[in-house]
Design a protein around this ligand. Structure first.
Ligand SMILES: Cc1ncc(COP(=O)(O)O)c(C=O)c1O
Length: 448
């Protein structure tokens, strides 16, 4: 059709290269039944990067496990970062069921007790000073609300954010985001959205001598030289490559922002709610933002739900439509979130994330000592990065991903060459070790 671009003209994703030769091989090895399911998927859904072609058809999910159409059992260390509690936690399912039977929907014009209770609970769990809340039906929508609020509160429109960062796929979110795959080919982005060198490439641009100090200096300068930046928005750690800055970085940047009247927005959509070994990752990184954006696991891994948690002084735009989403105060999603927070407390999942961190990191360090293909291992709470080295790192990492999938382990590749391992915080040590055994066996199988 005239005017429709050939998909091969579009940039490849920085994540799983889902049109790679390894993907074609994987597909060829699927059963007739699985292939037919994928054909049917592609027949009706618009094709898009990172989604098409799909890997297999999943028919059920429970705890840390997925089952596909051929009965293959897969440990889910991907989960799109929604499954702090594992899939289908019984308390979340029960809370959803109960709310559906009582108050399945409520418009924003009415208060509803479940959404109000959730807002109260979020304020109680938030870093001190973040006293007001808005809920949203997706992380990208919540990022949009945060950006709008920053404009209203400061009377400015410019933003600073990092190249290579991700803040969601909506048009406003990709304007502040920095991943080429989400931006290229789309024309003008939001005006005034200026970008900083990537957080996880500080060394490349600032050298080995205190690179994060130099990056912080650069940010201070960029804020100062303009003087009219509404907000600096960032993932406190680069999620897709598991790369956190040193502990003195964010406190310095936060002070620079405060001096220039620039709001600091942290996007903790994937890192919130115990995943990091703290309720919020920023609590381990020594800085409280003016606006904290959370999502993903907030809905218990079942309901789509996100939120912004905000300093009370920023409650300054009663005349404005900050969110205005149809499902903004969903009682059912709120019930799921309340149950999620209760499970985090009752099952001590913050401490559990730290235990998994120590155990997993020790095992990965031992693995690195044995396997030359592993260039670096990192952990931040129960979230791990295994960086593959070598000139063909991305190609090897791609083959490793399929080899692991064949053995029953699913994970996401970040930055093309970082194996990211995101287990449920509720996982048993036997399953956790089994996943790492499968990763190691796949490495051995590939001669790495
Ligand atoms: C850091 C970050 N921000 C924003 C988003 C967007 O969230 P959603 O997919 O719920 O719109 C994501 C999702 O992957 C994310 O990882």
């Amino acid at each position: 059709m005239a005017g429709v671009r050939d998909p091969r003209d579009l940039p490849l994703s920085e994540g799983d290269v889902n049109i790679s030769p390894a993907r074609a091989e994987w597909r060829a090895g699927l059963s007739d039944r699985a292939r037919a399911a994928l054909d049917e998927d592609e027949r009706y859904f618009l094709r898009q990067s990172l989604s098409t072609p799909c890997l297999t058809e999943i028919v059920s999910a429970e705890g840390a496990w997925l089952t596909d159409v051929d009965g293959r059992r897969i440990l889910d260390f991907h989960g799109n970062s929604v499954h702090q509690l594992g899939h289908g936690h019984p308390r979340v399912v029960e809370a959803i069921r109960r709310e559906m039977a009582t108050l399945p929907f409520c418009t924003r014009r009415f208060a509803n007790p479940t959404a109000t209770a959730l807002a109260r609970r979020l304020v109680e769990t938030a870093p001190a000073g973040l006293d007001k809340v808005l809920l949203a039906p997706s992380g990208s929508a919540a990022v949009g609300m945060a950006l709008k609020l920053a404009r209203y509160a400061t009377g400015r429109h410019k933003t600073l954010s990092f190249w290579d960062s991700f803040h969601g796929a909506n048009l406003d979110a990709i304007g502040v985001g920095g991943e080429a795959m989400f931006r290229r080919g789309l024309g003008p982005m939001a005006p005034g959205a200026e970008h900083l060198p990537p957080l996880d490439l500080a060394r490349r641009f600032f050298g080995d001598d205190r690179p994060f100090d130099r990056l912080a200096d650069f940010i201070d300068y960029a804020l100062d030289v303009q003087g009219d930046v509404a907000a600096l928005i960032a993932e406190p750690l680069r999620w897709t490559t598991v790369a956190a800055p040193p502990p003195d970085f964010w406190p310095r940047v936060s002070q620079s922002c405060a001096r220039r009247g620039t709001l600091l927005i942290f996007d903790e959509i994937p890192s919130c709610l115990a995943r990091s070994g703290a309720m919020y990752a920023c609590q381990r990184l020594g800085a409280t933002p003016d606006i904290l954006v959370i999502g993903k696991g907030l809905g218990g891994g079942i309901m789509p739900l996100a939120a912004i948690l905000v300093r009370a002084e920023l409650d300054c735009a009663p005349q404005a439509a900050l969110g205005h989403y149809t499902h903004e105060k969903s009682p059912v999603a709120s019930a799921a979130a309340l149950a999620t927070i209760a499970v985090i407390d009752d099952e001590n999942l913050i401490a559990r994330a730290r235990t998994l961190e120590a155990h997993g990191l020790a095992r990965l360090v031992a693995m690195q000592a044995k396997h030359m293909r592993i260039a670096e291992v990192r952990a931040f709470g129960a979230y791990f990065g295994v960086e593959i080295g070598g000139e063909d790192a991305s190609e090897f990492a791609d083959r490793l991903m399929y080899a692991c999938l064949a053995k029953g382990l699913s994970f996401k590749l970040g930055g093309g060459k970082v194996v990211t391992l995101c287990p449920p915080l509720t996982i048993g040590f036997d399953d956790f070790d089994l996943a790492l055994d499968r990763l190691e066996a796949a490495l051995v199988g590939l001669g790495g």
